[in-house]
Design a binder for this molecule. Structure first.
Ligand code: EPZ
Length: 407
């Protein structure tokens, strides 16, 4: 358990280097179960979710070593073992064990997968994809003598179910087509990684097509974390700073950047950097939806920004009740009204508060409010924020923020 102590109200200056994406790194780590061999991954963020994922692989017999920049994962000697409940319950991405273990070993254990708990997180579509490829689901286990290709159609867009379907289909005999797939950049970076191990995967607008085969070790450079980039862009605007946010992939964030510009902000792009400037001078409405629309993981991040300027409306179409963090944000003086899957945020004077981080992005929203509010705030359970933001305290200190972490 740790806490952040923040003396807010400072203007910040300087450059933030964006780290590798959590949500791209995790599927690749679990995909090494399927790519039997030695895989090299460059740019893994040093965050607790990644460390837990690597520990899960080690507990199954993987050999992992690091040479500074790259992590090498050798999965040749991996054996099927029921994963440690204590590790699995810490991260959501442990659900990728379903697809990866079913693909490689023909069995996978249905565990209590962890991660942010902002609402119920079903896995019915993951299981339906497994069953459609020939697996049986009984007694808390998925089993299959062999998987065989088939057509999978998702009723709703799901990153996790798409990742698992790709992992399963990569080890199935014959062709699989996945309709209604998630188009997040991390889905495509997983596909690139699997292709490097010999996978036959193509995609068109309607479906991903996979011809299953045995895969070998591959390599990947983790793409930049678009949610981290969005978070620092909001920090730049709310604190009236002119930060350089560097190492971004502009296209991945186009719906977010468009929203900021619609609200009146100025974004100056140069190479792989963005300099967010100015103010939000209009009531700004955003609606989350799967990529390429506005990302749900930036919805909580927007709330303090809207409160500090002209207000706005946040509507969820992905996680319909992802608004639990708002009651904590009200501790900073944020005024809001919740109406189903929509929250109206009113212009508010932010003041310091002592609060507890409820989940990763909700916790980041509280931190943003604390950076804006003049005076000392405290955020308990800050380790939840460290789960997804590499080195956040030092990065913020490096641009002049007055923040420290205490145990
Ligand atoms: C991933 O979660 C991310 N996590 C989440 O980020 C992110 O919010 C989410 O995708 C949406 O972009 C990781 O990548 C580790 P989903 P995931 O399956 O895969 C419904 C963060 O803060 N659904 O795309 O679990 C579900 O209820 C985290 O970094 C079903 O109905 O999300 C939701 O409404 C939080 N049945 C929608 O799909 C299923 O079987 C999208 O969920 C699966 C999902």
């Amino acid at each position: 358990m740790s806490s952040f102590i923040i003396n807010g109200g400072q203007r910040l200056h300087g450059k933030i280097e964006i780290s590798g994406s959590k949500n791209a790194a995790l599927p690749i780590i679990f995909a090494t179960i399927v790519t039997k061999g030695i895989s090299k991954i460059v740019g893994l963020p040093n965050i607790s979710d990644v460390r837990v994922a690597l520990d899960i692989l080690k507990s199954m017999g993987a050999t992992i070593h690091c040479d500074g920049e790259a992590v090498y994962i050798d999965t040749v000697m991996l054996e099927y073992r029921e994963p440690s409940a204590e590790l699995v319950c810490q991260i959501r991405a442990s659900s990728y064990l379903l697809g990866a273990c079913l693909s490689r070993f023909g069995r996978a254990h249905l565990s209590a997968f962890g991660g942010c708990n902002f609402e119920r997180r079903p896995i019915d579509m993951h299981l339906a994809a497994a069953v459609s490829l020939g697996a049986r689901c009984e007694n808390g286990e998925l089993t299959a003598k062999s998987l065989h290709g088939s057509d999978i159609t998702f009723k709703k867009t799901s990153v996790g179910a798409t990742v698992n379907a790709i992992l399963m289909a990569s080890g199935a005999q014959g062709k699989t087509k996945i309709y209604g797939y998630a188009r997040e950049p991390h889905v495509f970076s997983l596909i690139e990684f699997l292709r490097g191990g010999g996978a036959a995967i193509s995609f068109c607008n309607d479906y991903i097509e996979i011809e299953g085969r045995e895969l070998s070790g591959s390599c990947a450079t983790v793409i930049p974390d678009m949610i981290e980039a969005g978070t620092y862009a909001v920090i730049s605007l709310i604190t009236g700073s002119e930060l350089e946010i560097s190492g971004i992939n502009r296209q991945d964030l186009s719906s977010f950047f468009n929203a900021l510009v619609r609200g009146g902000a100025t974004l100056v792009f140069s190479g792989d950097s963005v300099f967010p400037q100015g103010i939000i001078d209009e009531f700004l409405s955003v609606t989350t939806a799967p990529h390429p629309s506005f990302p749900t993981d930036l919805q909580p991040i927007m709330a303090p920004l809207l409160a500090a300027f002209c207000g706005g409306r946040l509507t969820e179409s992905v996680w319909l009740s992802r608004f639990g963090y708002l009651s904590l944000l009200s501790g900073f003086g944020v005024k809001y009204e919740l109406n189903g899957s929509s929250a109206t945020i009113y212009p508010s004077d932010l003041h310091p508060a002592t609060v507890e981080a409820p989940d990763l992005r909700g916790g980041a929203a509280l931190l943003i409010a604390a950076l804006k509010a003049e005076g000392e705030s405290r955020i308990d359970s800050a380790q939840i924020i460290n789960r997804g933001y590499e080195n956040i305290v030092n990065k913020l200190r490096g641009i002049g923020a007055q923040i420290k972490e205490i145990q």
